[in-house]
Design a protein around this ligand. Structure first.
Ligand code: GDP
Ligand code: IMO
Ligand code: MG
Length: 408
């Protein structure tokens, strides 16, 4: 059975959580492959609203197991808190597994994240402050501590070495870590045995991306990116599966664009229209509460993301937020010195934009469930997005709730 992948194709917060929640009932395992609790994935089912940080968004479906893959970086405290919250609402948390290859985010990583950001001054990245960059730095430097190290006890010496290497600015964290282990270790599995065993047994796997493609460490708006590979290729690395085991790759995009944190954002609106998008879309960070920067859909960025992910389809979210705008813009081209430019010019100071305008609509879309129920202008807008992306749109979401989905 081939695995299906869902990734964000903008700068994060596209609504991956709600899309994964809607799909997860058809799968046996939902897996995260990268990132950590810098992610905040919101799912709304009835009057229940969850903002998940590390546990995959299939948790409110009863069928799937939830697997936190080897490519992730996991804060023990955050993990325990999330598990306790889920247990408290009646979730069987024995379904939650963590790969022994996943890396641990320690409090010292969080401290370093803040120190590094302060040192960058005006060039700060606007990280979530969760220690994600420092944890991946330790991984790449071969100093990282994995869940396997927690299991066999070898973490204590490694942790002391890492903390000493930072010049004694950090406090000893061995004892605090040891206290957390009884609540963590029961979830740890040999990630390769677990996942491949399941796949060989015919289990269906849904892979949930975190962050967005334009935050990818290699292909995003570097250095204003996160520290992991967020694109679909990252799913293979982060789960230890081959490209031949991937079936479909669905890209999730908002019907407009947002970004939280610093870095290039060509279609950003600094005027009332941007403020209106933020208010209508409730665009405030799930993790940090920061206001999200808002702008029109960027078709250049979307096409770029479609390529680097090898998308087979797309899902558009938050179309309902655009109701009431007289006209809706889409950035259709970048120009530098009058010449057409590729997405790679995204940070270029001389970047000019080509904008195409679409007719708006007034109707409330939240009750729509079929394409035929969308106002003509909204359907025309979706048809254009499909053309811009170059892949079929599978579904359009018109509200945060599980069922607020127009399946195409
Ligand atoms: P993720 O990180 O990609 O999972 O997205 P977030 O959960 O961080 O942000 C998406 C936000 O938009 C959440 O508050 C969702 O509840 C909300 N949302 C998702 N889809 C829709 C939609 O179609 N319409 C509206 N109005 N809100 C949505
Ligand atoms: P989800 O999965 C939106 C952004 C941060 C910052 C940059 C680096 O909910 O879509 P980091 O803490 O990762 O070192 O911060 O990346 N960022 C996100 N923005 N959604 C996310 O996750 C993000 N995860 C990281 O705001 O600009
Ligand atoms: Mg989010």
């Amino acid at each position: 059975m081939k695995a299906d992948v869902v990734v964000g194709i903008q700068w994060g917060d596209e609504g991956k959580g709600r899309v994964v929640d809607a799909l997860a009932g058809r799968y046996d395992i939902v897996a995260r492959f990268g990132g950590g609790d810098n992610a905040g994935h919101t799912i709304v089912v009835g009057d229940q609203k969850l903002a998940l940080r590390i546990v995959p968004s299939g948790v409110l479906q009863t069928r799937p197991e939830l697997f936190i893959g080897g490519g992730t970086v996991v804060s023990l405290e955050g993990f325990i808190k999330e598990i306790e919250m889920l247990a408290g609402i009646g979730v069987d948390v024995r379904r939650i597994k963590v790969s022994d290859r996943a890396h641990v985010v320690f409090p010292y990583h969080g401290a370093l994240d803040l120190i590094n950001e302060a040192a960058r001054g005006g060039a700060a990245l606007g990280t979530t402050g969760r220690g994600i960059g420092p944890a991946y730095t330790d991984k790449t430097a071969r100093s990282g501590i994995t869940f396997a190290d927690l299991h066999d006890g070898s973490f204590a010496e490694k942790l002391r070495v890492n903390i000493t290497a930072h010049g004694g600015r950090l406090t000893d964290q061995v004892e605090a870590t040891s206290k957390l282990l009884p609540r963590v270790l029961p979830h740890v599995v040999d990630g390769v045995e677990y996942l491949h065993g399941a796949l060989e047994g015919g289990k269906r796997l849904l892979i949930e991306g975190a962050q967005g493609s334009l935050l990818d460490i290699g292909y995003g708006t570097y250095p204003y990116v996160t520290s992991s590979h967020t694109i679909a290729g990252g799913a293979c690395i982060g789960l230890g599966i081959g490209p031949t085991q991937i079936g479909t790759v669905a890209g999730v995009a908002k019907a407009y664009c947002t970004r939280v944190g610093a870095g290039p954002f060509p279609s950003e609106l600094h005027d009332d229209v941007g403020t209106r998008l933020r208010e209508r879309g409730a665009e405030f960070g799930t993790v940090t509460g920061r206001p999200r920067r808002c702008g029109w859909f960027d078709a250049v960025a979307a096409r770029y993301a479609a390529r680097i992910n090898g998308l087979t389809s797309a899902v558009i979210t938050k179309l309902d937020v655009l109701s009431g705008f007289e006209r809706i813009g889409v950035v259709t081209g970048y120009r530098v010195d009058g010449a057409p430019a590729a997405f790679g010019a995204v940070g270029e100071a001389l970047l000019d934009l080509e904008v195409r305008w679409f007719e708006g609509w007034d109707a409330d879309l939240s009750g729509c469930r079929k394409m035929a129920q969308l106002p003509r202008a909204a359907a025309a807008y979706v048809a254009y997005l499909e053309e811009a992306l170059g892949v079929p749109i599978d579904a359009v979401s018109v509200g945060p709730e599980r069922e607020a989905l127009v399946v195409v």
